[in-house]
Ligand binder design. Structure first.
Ligand code: GLU
Length: 426
C-alpha cells in the first residue's frame, strides 16, 4: 500500500478551480479498474513554476506581476496548453487548467500531456509596449521549462497571435536559433496554421451538431445563448448563425443583449473589431447578466471563464444542450442539477478541444516545414472531433454515465495506461 503526504498547495478548504478538478478525478476513479492504482499521479501536477515578472512601465516606474507555468502531466507527450493574462489568475486556476489540458489532449487523442500558464495582470491597464514587455519577460522566466519537445504554450484568455509571435521571438533569441514549434497559435507568416484562429469555436459547433443529432434537436431555428464573445464564443455563434440557428442572447463584460428574433452575429463581430462593445448593438434589449441564465434556448454556450454555472443558477437554466466553450464553467454540484433536469452537458474537455487539435496540426506542420490547406485542416478537425464525440457518447451509454464522466474515463485510461507502461524511475 502506498501512502501519500498531500503538499500544502494541493489541499485546504478553499481549493478553487483545482478543487473542482480533484472532484472530477474522484468521480471517474471507480470506473478505471486496475489503472486506478496510478490515480494519485493525476491529483498532483508534475511541475509548478511561479515566476516574478518585473517590467519597466511607460512612466518609468517598475511593476511586478506574478506568472505561472504548470505542467500537470507529461505521460503521453510534452506539456501543452495556453497562457492566460487576467487579473484573476491564481495558482489554483492554472493548476486546474493544466489538469483539464491533460484530460482534453488524451480524450481527443493528440500526443500531448497537459500544461497551462498565466500572468496575473489586467491587460486593459497596459499599453501595447507594456504588454510586449510582460510577454517577453514572462517567456524568458519560463524559458528553461518550455520548448518544442518539452512544453508548448498557445493562446488563451487575453492572449492572441501577436502575443504568440513575441513569445516565439523571445524564446528563439534566447536559444540563438529560430524555433517556430515552441508555441502554437502564431501568425500564419511565422509558421502558424490556417484554421487555428477559428478552430476552438468551430470545434464547439461540430460537437454541437453531433449532440443535436443525439438529442433530436434541429439546428435551423434553434435558439442559442452565448456567454463570452471572444475567440471561442464569437466564432461558435457565427457557425451556429451560418447554419440557420438564432443566436438570441449574448453576454460579455460590457453586459447582456437579447433579441428573440435573433442577433446579427456578423454585425456584432464587426462592431467588436471596430472597438465597440456588444451593448452598443441597437436591435436588441438589454437584460441583466443574471437574467441571461433563465433565457430559454436549445443551446447554451458558456465561453468565458470558469465557475459560471453553480448550484445558485443551474436550476434556472432552460436549455437542451450545454456546450462548454470555456474551461471549467460548470461546478460539480451544478453538473448534477443539470443532469437531473435532462440537460445534455457536453464538457469543456471535449467541446473546446478544437483549438488544441489544430495546435497539434500546427506543431506537426512546423516540424515538417510543410503546410496544409485550410480545407485539409478543417476536414481533419471535423473528423477528430466527430470521432471523439462518437466514442465518448458510446462510453457514456455503456457505463450509464454523463458525457463528462465518459470523457474522463476515456482520457484517464489513456494517461494512466501510459503511466503504467513507462513505470517509475528509479
Ligand atoms: N487555450 C486553449 C485551450 O484551453 C488551447 C490550448 C492549445 O492550443 O495548446 O484548449
Amino acid at each position: 500500500m502506498t501512502s501519500h503526504v498531500i503538499p500544502s498547495y494541493l489541499s485546504g478548504d478553499a481549493l478553487g478551480p483545482w478543487g473542482v478538478f480533484l472532484q472530477q478525478i474522484d468521480r471517474v476513479t471507480p470506473y478505471l479498474g486496475e489503472l486506478a492504482f496510478w490515480i494519485e499521479s493525476l491529483k498532483r501536477p508534475k511541475r509548478i513554476l511561479i515566476v516574478d515578472v518585473p517590467i519597466k512601465m511607460d512612466d518609468g516606474s517598475v511593476a511586478h506581476f506574478e506568472g505561472y507555468r504548470v505542467q500537470h502531466n507529461t505521460s503521453r507527450g510534452p506539456g501543452k496548453g495556453g497562457v492566460r493574462f487576467h487579473q484573476g489568475v491564481t495558482l489554483s486556476e492554472v493548476m486546474a487548467l493544466a489538469g483539464w489540458m491533460t484530460i482534453k489532449n488524451a480524450a481527443i487523442g493528440v500526443p500531448f500531456g497537459g500544461a497551462k500558464g498565466g500572468v496575473r495582470v489586467d491587460t486593459r491597464g497596459l499599453s501595447l509596449a507594456e504588454l510586449e514587455r510582460v510577454t517577453r519577460r514572462y517567456t524568458s522566466e519560463i524559458g528553461f521549462l518550455i520548448g518544442p519537445d518539452k512544453d508548448i504554450p498557445a493562446p488563451d484568455v487575453n492572449t492572441n497571435e501577436r502575443v504568440m509571435a513575441w513569445m516565439m521571438d523571445t524564446y528563439s533569441v534566447n536559444q540563438g536559433r529560430t524555433s517556430t514549434g515552441v508555441v502554437t497559435g502564431k501568425p500564419i507568416s511565422l509558421g502558424g496554421s490556417l484554421g487555428r484562429h477559428d478552430a476552438t469555436g468551430r470545434g464547439v459547433f461540430v460537437v454541437g451538431q453531433a449532440a443535436a443529432l443525439k438529442q433530436g434537436v434541429s439546428i435551423p431555428g434553434a435558439r442559442v445563448c452565448v456567454q463570452g464573445f471572444g475567440n471561442v464564443g464569437a466564432i461558435a455563434a457565427r457557425c451556429f448563425a451560418d447554419a440557420g440557428a438564432k443566436v438570441t442572447t449574448v453576454q460579455d463584460v460590457s453586459g447582456t443583449i437579447h433579441n428573440p428574433r435573433g442577433l446579427d452575429v456578423r454585425k456584432l463581430i464587426e462592431m467588436q473589431l471596430a472597438g465597440q462593445h456588444i451593448v452598443e448593438y441597437r436591435d436588441a434589449d438589454r437584460i441583466t447578466d443574471d437574467e441571461f441564465w433563465s433565457v430559454e434556448s436549445e443551446f447554451l454556450v458558456p465561453a468565458a471563464l470558469e465557475q459560471q454555472i453553480t448550484a445558485a443558477n443551474a436550476g434556472r437554466i432552460r436549455t437542451r444542450i450545454l456546450l462548454e466553450g470555456a474551461n471549467g464553467p460548470t461546478t460539480p454540484e451544478a453538473d448534477d442539477i443539470l443532469n437531473a433536469n435532462g440537460v445534455l452537458v457536453v464538457p469543456d474537455v471535449l467541446a473546446n478541444a478544437g483549438g488544441v487539435t489544430v495546435s497539434y496540426f500546427e506543431w506537426v506542420q512546423d516540424f515538417s516545414s510543410y503546410f496544409w490547406s485550410e480545407e485539409e485542416i478543417n476536414k481533419r478537425l471535423d473528423r477528430i472531433m466527430g470521432d471523439a464525440f462518437a466514442a465518448i457518447s458510446e462510453t457514456a451509454e455503456r457505463e450509464k454515465v454523463t458525457l463528462r464522466t465518459a470523457t474522463y474515463i476515456v482520457a484517464c485510461k489513456r494517461v494512466l495506461a501510459a503511466r503504467q507502461l513507462r513505470g517509475l524511475y528509479p
